[in-house]
Design a protein around this ligand. Structure first.
Ligand SMILES: NC(=O)c1ccc[n+]([C@@H]2O[C@H](COP(=O)([O-])OP(=O)(O)OC[C@H]3O[C@@H](n4cnc5c(N)ncnc54)[C@H](OP(=O)(O)O)[C@@H]3O)[C@@H](O)[C@H]2O)c1
Length: 434
């Protein structure tokens, strides 16, 4: 029997309590360990929850959880208290399970080191992809592979917003309001829509896929706040669907870790991932590409992932004392994070509909070694405040692969051309075949 205590009984914590109370007999039959839920700490027991936590489990002081458990489950969220709690638990010799991607992506190095020094384990399956067992898959099922890339849709809120914009032809603000009404977006949605949540998750996936820690500040992050419905529609005309992708790639001893709105071909499986669902592709040198799909958040799916870590750890405590197979930082050196990506680009310029415009733009692109794959010019007139009645149209250029630095250099010159109105729009393009 292994004793488990939970700190934080909110959305996820309540789901974990419910699962453990409902399925502990089943877990014992399947896994050969009995999980005993000892205490559940939360600040507020007056609040209504979708599941009534039995009175004898409820406490308000987290220290009661530390005292009564072999495994401490941190489900408070945020950084400061959660970090102190995890450190205290590790210092007292407890294994830890957490869903806190924010904390682990930014301060994980310190916490994982502390755990390793003490022969303890931090489980974080629930921190990426909610109910999708992606951490276990990358660490265990794909352990024989050198991972070349991990990428996908890691944030349900933004995927819901982009799905609604595409399917209902509504603008970003209207789709965001809808997401809030449905409970998919928080009152302050910035962690999701500005890309930080996906960035935290891809950072954790990179740590385990490439075996190296790096500073979270190195991750390139661009959210969907500025996405214009016009580009979603123009992309669709070109055969692409816009998604917020989190991408981590390893190449020549360097890694790229980035989050940004991305066009994927409409027949790519990622283009078919709608609403709040998540999907992650892992590309390994022997297995090739494998894809994982499911609910990336929510009380029950996330609880399912938390419990998988609890059972994993409980089995190790009972059956293989002191043996922890999953080393963090196994590469033994820091990999360089490369921000000069090599990608295809969609660029939209708002230009007057007259001869010579394309020639002047393509000349600059050529100066920066950027080759054009295709061009789309619509007769649809752009709406520019104060310029109504002028014939300004969107001109879209799709490039072959080019370096980010060259692309940015070219855009700096192009936006100063007298024929270009306002800021060009730049969206990266990922092809499944790459
Ligand atoms: N929700 C999801 O679908 C989901 C999915 C994947 C990962 N996660 C992660 O899971 C973690 C928990 O998320 P959540 O959605 O369950 O958050 P939540 O609903 O806000 O729950 C957190 C709970 O912790 C309580 N708490 C705060 N400080 C405490 C303290 N000092 N001692 C005891 N309890 C305390 C909060 O009480 P008050 O409300 O009174 O402050 C609240 O009941 C976060 O790291 C989140 O990123 C969530």
């Amino acid at each position: 029997m292994v004793r488990v205590g939970i700190v934080g009984c909110g959305v996820v914590g309540t789901g974990v309590v419910q699962l453990l109370l409902k399925n502990s007999d089943l877990i014992e039959k399947k896994a050969g360990v009995r999980i005993e839920l000892t205490k559940v700490a939360d600040k507020d027991w007056e609040r209504q929850r979708p599941f009534e936590v039995p009175g004898h489990l409820r406490v308000t002081d987290y220290r009661e959880v530390l005292e009564s458990s072999d495994i401490v489950v941190e489900l408070v969220g945020g950084k400061s208290f959660a970090k102190d709690l995890i450190k205290e638990a590790l210092e007292r010799g407890k294994h830890v399970v957490t869903a806190n991607k924010h904390l682990l992506a930014e301060d994980g190095y310190e916490l994982f080191k502390l755990a390793e020094e003490r022969g303890l384990y931090i489980g974080f399956e629930a921190s990426v992809g909610g109910g999708i067992p992606i951490i276990k898959a990358v660490r265990e099922s794909l352990v024989g592979n050198r991972i070349r890339a991990v990428y996908g849709i890691l944030n349900g809120t933004t995927n819901y917003i982009l799905t609604r914009m595409l399917e209902e032809e509504i603008d970003f603000e209207s789709a965001l309001q809808e997401a809030k009404q449905k409970g998919y977006a928080e009152a302050d949605p910035s962690l999701d829509i500005d890309g930080w949540d996906a960035a935290h998750k891809i950072t954790l996936l990179s740590y385990i896929a490439f075996g190296s820690f790096f500073s979270f500040a190195e991750v390139f992050v661009e959210g969907i706040r500025k996405v214009d419905l016009l580009d979603i529609e123009l992309g669709r005309d070109l055969g692409y669907t816009l998604k917020l992708l989190a991408i981590a790639k390893s190449r020549d001893g360097e890694i790229e870790v980035r989050v940004h709105p991305t066009f994927v071909p409409e027949d790519d499986p990622l283009a078919k991932v709608r609403d709040v669902f998540n999907a992650i592709t892992v590309d390994g040198d022997f297995v090739g590409k494998t894809m994982f799909y499911g609910r990336g958040a929510g009380s029950h799916p996330t609880a399912s992932a938390v419990v998988s870590d609890i059972v994993d750890m409980a089995q190790r405590i009972v059956y293989c004392k002191g043996i922890y197979t999953h080393r963090m930082g196994w590469e033994g050196r820091e990999l360089k994070v490369n921000r000069n990506f090599y990608s295809r680009y969609y660029v939209r310029f708002d230009v007057p509909d007259r001869p010579g415009v394309l020639a002047s733009i393509s000349r600059v692109l050529a100066d920066y070694h950027i080759s054009i794959a295709s061009v789309l010019q619509k007769e649809k007139v752009c709406k520019i405040a104060g310029r109504e009645g002028e014939h300004i149209v969107p001109l879209v250029i799709l490039t072959h692969k080019a370096y980010e630095r060259d692309m940015r250099g070219a855009l700096k010159v192009i936006k100063e051309l007298p024929v270009v109105e306002g800021e060009p729009v730049l969206i990266r393009v990922e092809e499944e075949a790459e």
